[in-house]
Design a binder for this molecule. Sequence first.
Ligand code: SAH
Ligand code: SF4
Ligand code: F3S
Length: 465
Amino acid sequence: METKKIYICTIGCQMNVYDSDKILSHLKPLGYNSTDSLEIADLIIVNTCSIREKAEQKAFSFVGRLAKIKQKNSSLIIAVGGCLAQQAGKKILAGRPWVDIVFGTHAIGRLPKMIQQVTEKKSRIVDVKMFETIQPGEFDTDTPCNSDVSSFITIMRGCDNYCTYCVVPHVRGREASRHPKDIITEIKALVAGGTREVTLLGQNVNSYGLKENMFSFPELLRMVNEIKGLHRIRFTTSHPKDLSNDLMNSFRDLDKLCRHIHLPVQSGSDDVLRRMNRKYTRRIYLEKVDNLRQISPEIAITSDIIVGFPGETDQDFEATLKLVEQIRFDGLFAFIYSDRPNVSAARFSNKVSENEKKERLQILLNLQEKYTLQKNQAKVGKIETVLVDGLSKKQVARNSCENDLNNSLDHQFFQWAGRTSANKIVNFCQNNGYKKKPGNLAGMLIDVKIEKALAHSLWGKPVNP
Ligand code: SAH
Ligand code: SF4
Ligand code: F3S
């Protein structure tokens, strides 16, 4: 079969990373292999996101740049998929004659057919059909997927929560869970290919299986915990309103489950939370955090916060700052509110000015930076088990290592990067002895004594090099 090159540009969340991987698996049987070069690609896929205005702009600007590349290569096929494609549909084709295919979030399984059709008939296609339940071929592929040390796996799609600011329920459709059998089979295949850590993905994993009256999420975790050869399990995202005692206890009971939870709070003000339709109060959130810390004292808690939600007053924002001071998250993603098409908050009055939003974001980030560093510093002197992802990007610039470890010219040093159970990045150096090739530590669990804490990473030395 003729081999062809595919370039995939992925914008957005981990779910899109997983989807891009699936797209590649679906297209391999058609003879496509991936490339990093736009110029030599026969097929370019832009997997888009629509969560905030910025993500949308990024996607449109990338798609715009492709016009020139198509001019030079008229047989090039350009396909725009993902959440923005779902939202904008055929509007993406208008004024962009270089785009051939627009495919929505439920159309990945149908992409190979679309590509064949465009190749044969030179037609343009829009497929943004959505379905209540998971369709055959939506997830499964015959070819094995990429098995990185740490891999993502989507266990459910869609969202039924309709937070008033959020586009996800509109672009990813109704919640539907994959059968545990398929999930386990896919994880086993990943592990056979070298994966040691999986992150189970869903917009609200706490409601996994509820609609289908299948297994609950904690039950699924227990099954995944039994998989041989898998070292670690993570999941994201949990909605605080559905965080059950059973799930909290999993942090105590399951040895492979990493001691980290991402629990987006969005705001510390009850009035804002109500208008966001989050269905919990500040008090309920604080109680859940207390429970989690009682059950698993070492657990790291990270969160998302939106600043400048319509009608957010100075007092509301103060309440958010107080909550952050009280909880001291291990890490925080803070976002400036932006209006999204068709979401109800877009019609709310009392919009906060752009300047005010930027100021609030900066104040919040400055506050959190202090806590992130404090949490990292608390690890200095401790021994942490690190799952090694691979050689660190800075391996080539080894100078810092060499200084650290009193290098002599006879010895080679290799800088590795990985994560702790609490999801903190750790870099460490391996003294490889006299002119030896580096042993491959990727995928191994290594005990590292932490010696230095930076804002976003830790540095240490292996306890038993
Ligand atoms: N399902 C996850 C969130 C997925 S979206 C949850 O419910 O927690 C990731 C984050 O983007 C959200 O947590 C929220 O903080 C942010 N976000 C979503 N819509 C936004 C908007 N319109 N403006 C700014 N930030 C937004
Ligand atoms: Fe969006 Fe809310 Fe669903 Fe999260 S739970 S994806 S914020 S609607
Ligand atoms: Fe973006 Fe869609 Fe993910 S909107 S954040 S790519 S679910």
